[in-house]
Design a protein around this ligand. Structure first.
Ligand SMILES: Cc1cc2nc3c(=O)[nH]c(=O)nc-3n(C[C@H](O)[C@H](O)[C@H](O)COP(=O)(O)O)c2cc1C
Length: 179
């Protein structure tokens, strides 16, 4: 696919096969995120590939709770759609553009995953997650110091076969200007 085809054919995926994609694919997606531009070139984002079931369960439950919903494995919808990999992006707030930097990393990773035939969906509320005791626990687990902001998650995996790719909405008019 050309870059234009990748950009225009990517759609959010909300149903995944249970198989975890191979490490090389996940590495290649993370690499695309790490190469995103960042404010003042400070490379503020860090990307955490969460494959461990207990960490994924904890994130799903916390994410649902922040939305005011209950989630317990097998009961209620998983806000991360039972994806086998969560790519969590956090960014160091020593850089004033942390959230922008992290968003660009997420965008790069969505496109790279699509190029590789994997599905993604950006899942919100990582910011609030990092503001709970979970944030401190995660940073301790990673050995990261300083202040970090949650930016977003990508639910990542092989798209479930049964799902036809959803049609994209037409692009809203009057959103591009030349002056
Ligand atoms: C900042 C941001 C937050 C999003 N949060 C969620 C979310 O929490 N859950 C979800 O299912 N989709 C989420 N999405 C995915 C959007 O719903 C999706 O990108 C949009 O409907 C357009 O569809 P498309 O990605 O297929 O083009 C988010 C997307 C962005 C960019």
């Amino acid at each position: 696919m050309t870059l234009d085809e990748i950009i225009k054919s990517r759609r959010s995926c909300r149903k995944f096969k249970p198989e975890t994609p191979p490490r090389e694919m996940v590495d290649a997606i993370i690499e695309a995120g790490l190469w995103a531009a960042s404010g003042r070139g400070l490379q503020s984002p860090a990307i955490i590939a969460v494959t461990n079931p207990s960490w994924r369960e904890e994130i799903s439950a916390l994410n649902a709770k922040i939305m005011g919903k209950d989630y317990e494995k097998g009961h209620g919808p998983d806000p991360l759609f039972n994806a086998p990999v969560y790519l969590m992006v956090i960014a160091s707030t020593r850089n004033a553009t942390a959230a922008y930097d992290g968003s660009l990393a997420l965008g790069n990773m969505m496109l790279k995953a699509h190029e590789l035939g994997l599905g993604t969906c950006w899942i919100h509320r990582a910011k609030q997650e990092m503001e709970t005791p979970f944030g401190a626990k995660l940073l301790a687990r990673l050995g990261l110091e300083g202040e970090w902001e949650g930016v977003g998650h990508l639910a990542l995996g092989y798209p479930a076969e049964a799902l036809p790719p959803p049609e994209a909405k037409p692009r809203l008019p009057n959103r591009a200007f030349y002056i």
